[in-house]
Ligand binder design. Structure first.
Ligand SMILES: [Zn+2]
Length: 194
């Protein structure tokens, strides 16, 4: 087990915002944390409709998020976005398949490493991208220091899930059963896995 996991790709892709898995947030079903966090900015729940459900692809949610009209956005968004992200991650990782990935990181330090200059949720590694691989206009902009708020939230949720499982080792199996009301595709996956 590495001491630091700073790339949410490959076997750790489920930790990332763009990973597709179903969960509920404020009564609506989302299929990526990216979609849920963009939708959560929007004050009126009916206006969140394009972000809800399996058809909203994570990268598309992110792109649509940039186009949300300013007057739709919660006025207190900057104050609440971190607790909202915590709620989203708690809901996402209550789902057994992704929870297993989170728990498989054991005690490793989790860092949301990225190359999109996101030093709020993660740590941008644009400095370390070799010049030959600087495609898609990735320029060197960051120092390599970041707040890593998503990484810290994930570590907190990991501790919470560990505590829940310790108290009741049967939680995962019960969750799998109770999630059967999710989209049919997910239910099939869950049934196949159990
Ligand atoms: Zn950067």
């Amino acid at each position: 087990m590495p001491q630091v996991i700073d790339s949410f790709t490959g076997r750790y892709a489920a930790l990332g915002l763009l990973h597709r898995s179903g969960f509920f947030f404020e009564g609506d079903e989302y299929h990526s944390a990216a979609a849920a966090i963009e939708a959560a900015k929007i004050l009126n729940r009916p206006d969140r409709v394009s972000f809800i459900g399996w058809n909203c692809k994570p990268w598309k949610a992110r792109a649509m998020g940039k186009g949300i009209p300013q007057y739709w956005i919660r006025p207190d968004w900057k104050q609440v976005e971190e607790p909202v992200m915590l709620d989203i991650q708690r809901s996402k990782f209550s789902w057994p398949e992704v929870c297993e990935v989170l728990l498989s990181t054991e005690d490793a330090k989790l860092i949301y490493g990225n190359v999109c200059h996101d030093n709020f949720w993660g740590v941008c590694k644009c400095r370390t991208v070799p010049a030959a691989q600087r495609k898609y206009g990735i320029g060197v902009r960051c120092t390599g220091a970041g707040d890593n708020r998503l990484g810290r939230i994930l570590m907190q949720v990991r501790e919470e899930r560990k505590a829940v499982l310790q108290a009741d080792p049967d939680t995962q199996r019960k969750m799998t059963r109770s999630m059967s009301f999710l989209a049919p595709t997910l239910t099939t996956v869950l049934q196949a896995a159990s």
